[in-house]
Design a protein around this ligand. Structure first.
Ligand code: MG
Length: 188
């Protein structure tokens, strides 16, 4: 079985850092828990030009600086022994080396690292023959599911809502691991 796994919000605790940096930059005090939309920037209500400036000045920090989601390293080590594991992120390709270094820093193993550069991951997943995807964006999850790829949605304040069949909400890495094994069992 071939598992695709997202990076930001699934392995890297990026949104925690993003909210912290946005708060400092724009002088406000939002909490991640209060942000109900995947497009976190909407909550800040600032002009696109200001956001562009923010992104340009903070992108390196947001790639290199996040902590790890608890358990991601431990369970990735188990997964790569049993399954084929591709990390597939919407990050731009230019951050490949920084992303690789971050993975080394946290001892994250994988078989393939793809920085796809866009949020729609359907084409690359179908091309690689991904059988199951772990994602934190509800929009991505629904898109992939429509291509017959079951999805594990890592629970977050910004991905709430009802889920169709074959998208399972998980709240932790132990639960993700258990669900992957269950799906693999069904596929045998
Ligand atoms: Mg993500």
């Amino acid at each position: 079985m071939h598992i695709g796994i997202d990076i930001d919000g699934v392995i890297a605790n990026t949104f925690h850092l993003l909210v912290h940096e946005l708060n400092a930059y724009f002088g406000v005090n939002h909490a991640l828990e209060d942000i109900g939309d995947y497009d976190i920037y909407k909550v800040y209500g600032v002009a696109p030009e200001e956001l562009k400036q923010f992104s340009l000045s903070k992108e390196n920090i947001l790639i290199s600086g996040p902590g790890i989601i608890p358990g991601a390293d431990f369970y990735l080590k188990l997964l790569v022994n049993t399954y084929e594991v591709s990390l597939i992120s919407a990050r731009p390709e230019k951050y490949f080396r920084l992303t690789e270094k971050w993975m080394e820093k946290y001892n994250i193993p994988y078989h393939r690292l793809i920085l796809w550069g866009q949020h729609d991951k359907r084409e690359v997943c179908v091309h690689l023959g991904v059988n199951l995807f772990v994602e934190d964006s509800l929009k991505n999850a629904i898109q992939l599911n429509a291509c017959n790829i079951p999805v594990i949605l890592f629970n977050a304040p910004y991905n709430q809502g009802n889920l169709p069949e074959k998208i399972w909400r998980c709240h932790s890495w132990p639960e993700i691991h258990q669900t992957i094994d269950q799906v693999a069992g069904l596929k045998k």
